[in-house]
Design a protein around this ligand. Structure first.
Ligand code: ADQ
Length: 489
């Protein structure tokens, strides 16, 4: 019961996200096995202890029958989770379709799907209808559980329609919406057929948050250029009603990582890794396998580095841990084969009978193994083509107090704005530049590593997930008060 906590609470926080932070597997007619699942939001909100938090979302499992739904609802209640039941068709059109095939690539500057124009229009409309329907289903569940005084915090691109549905139920509900991905330039957002409807729905919220100031600015520009609504210093004002728009950069529960390093289990892992890679520098990549993470580009840059630096052969290893995600989607399957092919080629080219330069794992690591890996790493490589923030870069920094390794970080990750001074920033598309940065990082003198690390460590340990959530929720409360005052004046 990782999310249960019985201390008295001042305020209830309803966190609404597409996925609950647990995965459910049906074991019998009325029994479920529940497991806490990996993900950016999960990592962040694990650290939120100040609120009586309830989660509302989809459990990732199709439960068509009433007996099953009741059993799952009961099991989840122990973890303070409330399920939204989505059937297979809705999941296919809303989640796989509109969320992951349209909004996710678009918000990461990969554009809309380039299919036959008519087919796109048809499937687009079906998917958008399913998206609205799914958002309405989330709203129904929130509304059933809402109590006066609750704060409702909606998360991410899956639920852009939700603020509007909630306000239609109850205009006094305190509704915040936070986007975990980038919000793209208004020129990109303009291409979306449902561009205006989505913007207007988000504007129904009282507070709209992004990871960076740039994303917030893009959003306000989109409102101005697409809806003709003027931005104000505080956000967007439409017919006397203000929606506050601001940047709330997320962080991690850095203490949790720092504490873990002292555990015997983690120390044992570290010892094993050090022995296994003795005499070699360790480079690390940890990503969900996704096109936005720039994994092929990263591996190609490593190949170029090896090509140009024969004295490093056998002296450096790249460990790339890629958790499979959205595995039923053909594009993600293609990406997996592409990565395997490149890794195979490079290992064939630069490997010896006893060692290969790249270890690529297609799986998730448990928390302790991950911490050990972060701690023994000399150079972390985060080369996202676009990334809302990127928590892996933060987690690496948190685990580097003794080693003071180097972070190579994409300038297109939100984290570049917070860890830019300590990291080596790169354009992930520029393979030559990334290869040169790998050489620079591996040869970096200890005093420069120390200085860069200190800067980032201080940031990561003072801008935590707890602080992020607390700030967002308290701003949300204040925003409501201000909005009401303004209307009364
Ligand atoms: P993600 O795209 O999932 O999150 P990220 O921020 O890096 O990306 O978070 C991934 C989380 O999953 C991290 O906590 C990491 O430890 C874990 N993880 C990744 N690979 C793993 C592996 N192989 N084994 C075990 N754990 C692994 C989205 C946005 C980001 C944004 C977050 C939070 O895309 O830009 O930072 O939400 O807002």
């Amino acid at each position: 019961t990782g999310f249960a906590d019985d201390r008295p609470r001042k305020q209830r926080l309803l966190v609404v996200a597409n996925r609950l932070p647990v995965s459910a597997v049906r074991e019998g007619v009325d029994s479920y096995h529940l497991e806490i699942s990996v993900g950016g939001l999960v990592s962040a909100l694990l650290g939120v202890k100040e609120f009586d938090t309830r989660w509302i979302g989809w459990a990732g499992v199709n439960v068509p029958d009433e007996v099953g739904q009741k059993a799952l609802t009961k099991a989840l209640a122990e973890m303070r989770c409330i399920p939204v039941f989505l059937d297979e068709d809705i999941v296919n059109e809303y989640y796989n379709g509109y969320c992951n095939n349209i909004l996710w690539p678009l918000f990461h500057y990969l554009g809309l799907p380039q299919e036959d124009r008519l087919a796109t229009t048809r499937s687009f409309q079906t998917q958008f209808d399913a998206y609205k329907k799914a958002n309405q289903m989330f709203a129904d569940v929130v509304n059933q559980h809402y109590q006066e005084g609750d704060v409702v915090w909606c998360h991410d691109y899956h639920l852009m329609f939700l603020p509007r549905c909630l306000k239609e139920y109850n205009e006094k509900m305190k509704v915040g919406w936070f986007l975990h991905t980038p919000f793209p330039s208004s020129e990109i957002h303009r291409t979306l057929p449902s561009r205006s409807e989505l913007l207007r729905s988000v504007l129904a919220a009282d507070l709209v948050g992004f990871h960076t100031y740039d994303y917030a600015r893009h959003f306000v520009s989109a409102c101005t250029r697409i809806l003709g609504i003027e931005g104000t210093p505080e956000g967007v004002e439409d017919q006397g009603r203000l929606t506050r728009v601001a940047a709330f950069p997320i962080g991690i529960d850095s203490e949790r990582f720092i504490r873990a390093l002292a555990l015997p289990e983690v120390q044992t892992h570290m010892k094993e890794l050090k022995e296994r890679f003795a005499g070699r520098k360790v480079m690390l990549g940890v990503d969900r396998l996704d096109m936005i993470k720039g994994i092929p580009q990263k591996i190609l840059a490593f190949e170029k580095f090896l090509e140009e630096n024969s004295h490093w052969h056998d002296k450096v290893v790249l460990l790339q841990i890629a958790v499979p995600s959205r595995t039923d989607c053909p594009e993600y399957q293609k990406l997996t084969s592409q990565v395997h092919e490149i890794v195979g080629r490079i290992n064939g080219r630069f490997g010896t009978l006893t060692a290969v330069p790249i270890h690529h794992l297609d799986r998730s690591l448990d928390f302790h193994a991950l911490c050990a890996l972060y701690a023994v790493t000399d150079v972390a490589l985060v080369t996202s083509l676009r990334d809302g923030m990127n928590l892996v870069s933060y987690e690496f920094v948190a685990c580097q107090a003794s080693k003071k390794g180097v972070l190579i970080l994409s300038e297109f990750a939100g984290a570049a704005q917070s860890l830019g001074a300590g990291a080596i920033l790169v354009n992930p598309w520029n393979i030559t530049e990334v290869a040169a940065s790998i050489g620079y990082a591996l040869d970096m003198p200890a005093d420069e590593r120390e200085k860069r690390h200190q800067f980032n460590f201080k940031h990561v340990t003072t801008h935590t997930s707890q602080e992020w959530a607390a700030t967002f929720v308290s701003e949300l409360n204040d925003t409501i008060v201000e909005a009401q005052l303004r209307t009364r004046q």
